[in-house]
Design a protein around this ligand. Structure first.
Ligand SMILES: [Zn+2]
Length: 310
């Protein structure tokens, strides 16, 4: 059988759904599936579904005449990638689940476990908008804000599996309360949900961040004010990121990045104003959409194989 028939099994597990794929070593996807996570069933049931889905994908590969060679799984929360343990997750309920070992045993294949945003960052840095950039900061802005710092195709995990939580950089002391309990974190001001919430608070009308972006572009004063507040805080966070990481490219993903030039144009200016001696990074939109996490899980699986063959 030729090497072209080899695939890895990849899963990106979120609070509501799992994006799954069979991916070739060159990064091309040959099959995709989506499944419900149903996190309210509890972590044991979710783990059962993950293993069943992974086994099903390996079976599908074989049925199509391909050879599954490894499995990669990305999950949210705190992930100890070195030990392969899902340490903690608010939305899936994991507490110290040795998911890498469980998947490896069930499938009889080498397995890798990664953090969803770090996996997404890895994919954007190696296959997407940060391709060939070397030093990349991937920032996902949706209901929260999280980041991955990728250097030469490898995402830093931190000593405790919690690197990249730039959503909890303090940007507005005494500001809006964050989900983590502190007031004034970046994600309490600049996440898509925070922008919608702030506008709703001031106008009394339920609103999404996309609607605020549209109204701001149309010149509605309240929307302009809320949007600008969020952009300024985001620029503060990114300037801190640049001071720490000195990257060449910042890739913005998640729902908010879909605002396009309405976000990128003022953000670029605000970031430029804040940088003194640091070099200004290229600011670009993510290129892989919501497939990034799953592709990243595939890359982690391939990296595991490469390490084993050394
Ligand atoms: Zn916080």
């Amino acid at each position: 059988m030729s090497a072209g028939d080899e695939v890895v099994v990849a899963l990106d597990v979120g609070g509501t759904g799992m994006k799954c794929a069979l991916v070739r070593p060159d990064g091309t996807t040959v099959h995709t599936e989506r499944h419900a996570t149903d996190a309210q069933r509890g972590p044991e049931a979710v783990v059962g579904t993950i293993l069943d889905v992974a086994e099903g994908l390996a079976g599908k590969a074989r049925a199509d005449g391909r050879t599954p060679v490894a499995c990669g799984i990305a999950v949210p929360g705190v992930v100890d990638e070195a030990r392969g343990v899902a340490v903690w997750s608010a939305n899936v309920g994991f507490r110290d689940v040795p998911l890498r070992e469980l998947a490896g045993t069930r499938l009889g294949l080498p397995a890798a476990l990664g953090h969803d945003v770090r996996a997404g960052g890895l994919a954007e840095a190696r296959l997407g908008a940060g391709r060939d950039a070397g030093h990349v900061l991937f920032v996902a802005i949706g209901t929260g804000i999280a980041a991955a710092h990728v250097v030469d195709g490898s995402a830093a995990t931190g000593a405790h599996g919690a690197a990249g939580e730039i959503g909890h950089i303090l940007v507005r002391p005494g500001g809006p309360r964050c989900g983590c309990g502190r007031a004034g974190c970046l994600e309490a001001v600049s996440s898509a949900s925070a922008i919608g919430r702030r506008y709703a608070e001031l106008s009394g009308v339920p609103t999404t961040a996309a609607q605020v972006a549209g109204r701001a572009a149309a010149g509605e004063p309240l929307a302009v004010e809320v949007w600008q507040e969020a952009v300024e805080a985001l620029a503060d966070g990114l300037a801190t990121g640049q001071a720490l990481y000195d990257v060449s490219t910042v890739v913005l993903g998640g729902g908010l990045a879909q605002a396009g030039p309405r976000l990128f144009d003022p953000l670029r200016l605000a970031l430029r104003e804040r940088l003194t001696f640091h070099r200004e990074p290229r600011l670009v939109a993510a290129g892989l959409g919501d497939e990034a996490g799953c592709l990243g899980a595939a890359l982690l699986a391939l990296d595991t194989l490469a390490k084993e063959s050394r």
